[in-house]
Ligand binder design. Sequence first.
Ligand SMILES: CC(C)(COP(=O)(O)OP(=O)(O)OC[C@H]1O[C@@H](n2cnc3c(N)ncnc32)[C@H](O)[C@@H]1OP(=O)(O)O)[C@@H](O)C(=O)NCCC(=O)NCCS
Length: 141
Amino acid sequence: MVVIDAGGVAGAVGRDEALALYEAVGWSAYTKDPDGLVRALAGSTLVATARDGDRLVGLARVVTDGASILYLQDVLVHPDAQRTGLGRRLVSALLDAYPDVRQKVLLTDDEPAQKAFYESLGFGDTRDVHGGVLRTFVRFD
Ligand SMILES: CC(C)(COP(=O)(O)OP(=O)(O)OC[C@H]1O[C@@H](n2cnc3c(N)ncnc32)[C@H](O)[C@@H]1OP(=O)(O)O)[C@@H](O)C(=O)NCCC(=O)NCCS
């Protein structure tokens, strides 16, 4: 049975198991900088983990002020555990912790699977919500 724990902050995820999970989904932007990944996890407001026994099979994290804005970052499920509902359970567990935060934002690849996943959770492309009047801006340094 896979157990979801959404009470985690710094220290909830070990460095090696985090690296293994991020490697499993091919996220080299993180895995080429392991210390940065550890800092990112430690600095997150809330981290949700999915464990099958001791094995980390999924992770999602949130950065938020707890009142007005919440960024959902890094939802990832090990390939051999995908499409079993873990991604949905991870995100739901995180969002349930912030029922009063109205604005929930995320950035993801323009791929059909991600679109289907986030739409299944009630997220919409900024071009499609509020009558299409919103735009998203991002800067990478
Ligand atoms: C995207 C990701 C997190 C989804 O996690 P998951 O545990 O496989 O998703 P779930 O089983 O909870 O799926 C929930 C719903 O999302 C949709 N969905 C998820 N993956 C999908 C896919 N590959 N194709 C189409 N729809 C999909 C479906 O509606 C699904 O419900 P259903 O299975 O009842 O039809 C997972 O595929 C993953 O880790 N991918 C690699 C990392 C990544 O791209 N993360 C997202 C960007 S931050």
